[in-house]
Ligand binder design. Structure first.
Ligand code: SF4
Length: 105
């Protein structure tokens, strides 16, 4: 399951630098697979978790920190606990690890 940021976000930005996959973006920012990964896909996207109001997590880049850390780093640093499980995007540990490996070849 990926992590998502809820509307409780206070726009502090504490989570953004913590993500090993560069999956977290400021509001209203197009995300790219190539940001912070080894992928070459530079297409600017505004889907998959995009928000124009709050920081958001690009679902396709979130691995719940599997392969890097014991726990989701964004959730660990968020002062208002608004980085939560995304029930609509469930993945197994194996799928998350494969996703991590696909982002960092
Ligand atoms: Fe990034 Fe980890 Fe948070 Fe996912 S759980 S957005 S990989 S910091």
């Amino acid at each position: 399951m990926a992590i998502k940021i809820t509307e409780d976000c206070i726009l502090c930005g504490a989570c953004e630098p913590e993500c090993p996959n560069n999956a977290i973006y400021e509001p209203d920012t197009a995300w790219k697979f190539s940001d912070g990964t080894t992928l070459k896909d530079n297409l600017e996207r505004q889907d998959g978790g995009f928000s124009d109001e709050f920081y958001f997590i690009a679902t396709d880049k979130c691995t719940e920190c599997v392969g890097f850390h014991e726990e989701p780093q964004c959730a660990a640093v968020c002062p208002v606990d608004c980085c939560v499980d995304d029930e609509d995007n469930r993945e197994t540990k194996e799928q998350l690890l494969a996703k991590k490996e696909s982002l960092h070849l």
